[in-house]
Design a protein around this ligand. Structure first.
Ligand code: AMP
Ligand code: MG
Length: 427
């Protein structure tokens, strides 16, 4: 293990809003986050076998070509193409065979053939292979119908990857296929970013952490914390449970201190607006270089962004639907940048609407949606941001533009599957 350079700290004013800005459009808010945040994680060397989901800190370079040597793509018979022509070809077989891991270490004379199996290195004197099924043989001679193309059924050295080429860039989040690629070209160790640790804190006097506990009428169960912890784990981060704090500045501050010690970033939910009981935003304003971003988005709106002990805090709204949408739309790309993986943008696609909707200009809207059997987007019956069942019902979000719009069934809308945010959507 080696620990790499310590990245620069975030600037104190990294969340400052330009003077006089009232409502920030979503795209502007995202552009600001993108411009002001950077990777905060150090690096370590890791065996490829343990690197799934980790972020490459340096480009990966092929140490060996794939395939390293020319080999056979099929089971059959190999020979030099130069000695063959049109019509029935009859070639005497040499003794022995070439198999994967068992090279034939003699020369195959011109006009002769050798038994060869898939993955075997082409012996000297062999540049072409005919498929077993296309040959007849008595054990002494093999026969096939010519002509065949030179080099058919063979793989050339380096035809997939050449030694020395960069196969994966820094910032790549390693997939199972990447692990195969790295291994194939002889890369056994990679330099990756340390996992980003992200703390999750729920706030609110009404919250009861344990959904199995008896609840008084004024209490509700904490829905955001398990949701946010699971989102973070799914994004490849180390999710740090900072528990729950009542609406009390000292107790919230103590949890944030704990978070600043144990995490690289913190997500809070609840208390982020500007009301009497919005202790998170008040506290961050007093002690955390807060900037309250009034983002022109529904559900969501106020997002409190601050540095607490140098650690970025994303103060998400308390409503579970708003917390979920803001986590996907704002926190995920920001955290991705902090983790070294670069900015992330969901890949949406255009589908016909299976709903009717009229919206005013001035804010972007995200509707809980899923696709019908014919591929149209239907939306959850209620837009209430306390309707958690709609989040669970949905398999994605429909994104309506900032401008006013009227949508009728069949109109094109932009659908962003949960999967495009790196989130699973049930079976
Ligand atoms: P707040 O942003 O604190 O004003 O909360 C807005 C709404 O979300 C209120 O109805 C809260 O009770 C609710 N809420 C806040 N935090 C949570 C949570 N962790 N789980 C479920 N509901 C929450
Ligand atoms: Mg609250």
């Amino acid at each position: 293990m080696s620990s790499g350079l310590t990245p620069p700290r975030l600037r104190n004013d990294c969340f400052a809003m330009p003077q006089g800005v009232e409502w920030v459009p979503v795209d502007e808010a995202l552009a600001l986050l993108r411009a002001r945040l950077h990777a905060v994680t150090g690096t370590e060397d890791l065996a490829v076998a343990y690197a799934h989901g980790r972020v490459l800190a340096a480009p990966a370079v092929a140490r060996r070509s794939n395939p390293p040597r020319p080999n056979s793509a099929v089971d059959g018979y190999g020979f030099a193409h130069a000695a063959t022509g049109e019509g029935v070809q009859r070639l005497p077989l040499v003794a022995g065979r070439a198999a994967a891991g068992q090279p034939f270490d003699d020369i195959v004379p011109l006009g002769h053939a050798v038994r060869i199996l898939t993955g075997a290195i082409l012996p000297d004197g062999v540049d072409t292979v005919v498929l077993e099924e296309d040959c007849a043989t008595d054990g002494q001679i093999m026969a096939f119908d010519g002509p065949v193309k030179r080099a058919i059924n063979t793989r050339q050295a380096g035809e997939d990857v050449r030694e020395g080429t960069t196969i994966l860039p820094a910032g790549r989040v390693l997939t199972p296929a990447d692990l195969a690629l790295l291994s194939a070209v002889g890369v056994g160790q990679v330099q990756v970013h340390r996992r980003l640790r992200v703390g999750v804190l729920s706030t609110g006097d009404e919250l009861l952490p344990d959904p199995g506990a008896p609840a008084a009428p004024h209490q509700i169960f904490d829905a955001n914390r398990p949701m946010l912890l699971a989102l973070l784990a799914g994004w490849g981060f180390d999710a740090v449970d900072l528990g729950h704090a009542p609406d009390d500045a000292a107790q919230i501050a103590a949890r944030l201190d704990q978070g600043a010690q144990s995490a690289d970033a913190i997500l809070t939910s609840g208390g982020a607006s500007a009301g009497d009981e919005d202790h998170v935003s008040r506290l961050l304003r007093e002690r955390g270089n807060v900037s309250s971003w009034r983002i022109a988005v529904k559900p969501g709106r106020p997002l409190a962004l601050a540095l607490w002990g140098g650690v970025p805090v994303f103060g998400l709204p308390g409503n579970p639907v708003a917390a979920f949408v803001c986590a996907l739309v704002f926190a995920r790309p920001a955290l991705s940048l902090l983790s070294g993986a670069g900015w992330s943008q969901p890949q949406g696609f255009t589908v016909p609407a299976a709903f009717t909707k009229r919206k005013k200009a001035g804010r972007r809207e995200y509707l809980r949606a899923r696709l019908t059997e014919s591929g149209a987007a239907e939306v959850f019956a209620s837009e209430g941001s306390g309707r958690i069942s709609g989040l669970s019902w949905a398999t994605g979000l429909v994104e309506l533009p900032d401008a006013a719009c009227t949508i009728a069934p069949g109109d094109p809308v932009r659908y962003l599957p949960y999967a495009s945010f790196g989130v699973s959507s049930g079976g």
